[in-house]
Design a protein around this ligand. Structure first.
Ligand SMILES: [Zn+2]
Length: 396
């Protein structure tokens, strides 16, 4: 009697076919078995052709030839099976790009990085409530966040970056807010980047949550900004080439930047669209052993159709820069989970973890990748999303 039923159709987005032996599966205690894939789980050191078993939304085991009687068996045909991706820098504020779009990219957890502030936080919480995946929020220290509909973030009122209001918003919405965002570029904070950063740190302090700073073209040199940060705080747009980035005029990594990493400051990529990175800075940093802790998309509506596209595409750029599939997956799973204490049971396929699982294609060929300045590189491998599970349940 054939007890194994492969559900290849699921990979095409079709509904999973119920298998005949449901009762046998229930006895075996496995709801879902993902088989036929290359499992990469950096947190547990696994990179092997093994199965993943799920019961009640939790990973129960990872290994060879598990439970042929599972209720549903999905053969992923050699694709990568990785923990649900965690994107620590996204903008989920627009109806045209709901969290559901990130979800279909394999992103089971996304962090909206400063789209909204204390004055309009409710709108992003509503988006999070409707999301099919897990949305968390970095509160912008600017009262109305970025892209707030005609208001500038700080130039028309650093006074609106009010510490008391930010603290009240965090207190009220602590289950949603996991950190504070401070955009320090001159176009946002003018010459007052240090003042903005100090306010963000003050707002975060009572809650023990990190601050994420957005660098590139700041008025203050980066070492001075870094000196304000505490272990666990995050620098995004780490490869910004504009004045006051991580390199000196000769392309050498600033010693203060390496020292900051040593004392626990985290460095995030943040692809985005405008003046956030170019290949030459990333290549110089990688050559000096300064890879990202986390690789994030900074995805917004225009990024959906240019440069960024989706998080697996952004991860692929770091394979061009010399990282292995396992290393790039670590940046969007294990390392991203370690960025926020709220994510401690995410970013891994270890037994007992929430069954957030992404199935990715790893194609070989010739692929074009672009930076924020029109610079191109050709890569030989490209990751793209295929299928995703949130708490063991497949995305529609
Ligand atoms: Zn951003």
């Amino acid at each position: 009697m054939k007890r194994r039923s492969f559900v290849k159709s699921a990979l095409l987005g079709l509904p999973a076919v119920p298998v005949a032996n449901r009762l046998l599966g229930a006895e075996a205690g496995t709801d879902l078995l993902i088989t036929g894939g290359r499992v990469i789980d950096p947190a547990s050191g696994i990179d092997a052709m093994v199965d993943v078993a799920v019961r009640d939304g939790i990973i129960t085991s990872v290994g060879r030839d598990l439970f042929p009687n599972a209720l549903q068996i999905v053969d992923v045909g050699g694709r990568l099976v990785v923990p649900g991706l965690i994107d620590v820098h996204v903008h989920a504020r627009d109806a045209e790009l709901p969290p559901a779009a990130n979800f279909s990219d394999g992103v089971t957890t996304l962090v909206d990085a400063g789209s909204r502030g204390a004055g309009n936080i409710d709108s992003i919480i509503r988006i999070g409530e409707a999301a099919p995946n897990r949305l968390r929020i970095l509160l912008n220290i600017g009262m109305y966040g970025n892209n707030p509909g005609g208001r500038s973030e700080f130039l028309d009122g650093i006074a609106t970056g009010d510490v008391g209001m930010a603290r009240a918003a965090i207190h009220e919405h602590r289950d949603w807010i996991v950190g504070v965002k401070a955009r320090l570029s001159r176009g946002v904070s003018a010459e007052r980047d240090l003042q903005v950063l100090k306010r963000a740190i003050l707002a975060s302090e009572p809650f023990g949550i990190p601050v994420m700073i957005h660098i590139g073209d700041t008025s203050t040199p980066l070492p001075q900004l870094l000196s304000q940060l505490r272990p666990g705080d995050i620098v995004t747009h780490m490869y910004a080439p504009t004045p006051n980035g991580i390199l000196d005029d000769n392309g050498r990594l600033l010693p203060e930047v390496r020292a900051a990493r040593r004392r626990g400051i985290r460095f995030d990529f943040g692809n985005g669209l405008n003046e956030h990175w170019d290949w030459t800075v990333a290549e110089a940093a990688m050559a000096q052993d300064f890879p990202p802790d986390t690789i994030s998309s900074d995805l917004n509506v225009p990024g959906r159709n240019a440069q960024v596209f989706n998080l697996p595409n952004v991860l692929s750029k770091f394979m061009v820069l010399g990282m292995s599939p396992g290393e790039v997956i670590a940046c969007a799973t294990q390392n991203a989970a370690a960025t926020f204490s709220e994510f401690s049971d995410l970013g891994t396929l270890k037994p007992g973890a929430i069954a957030d699982i992404a199935i990715l294609d790893l194609a070989e060929g010739e692929f074009d990748f672009v930076d924020n300045y029109g610079g191109h590189r050709t890569g030989s491998r490209k990751l793209s999303p295929s299928r995703v599970y949130f708490g063991g349940v497949a995305a529609l």
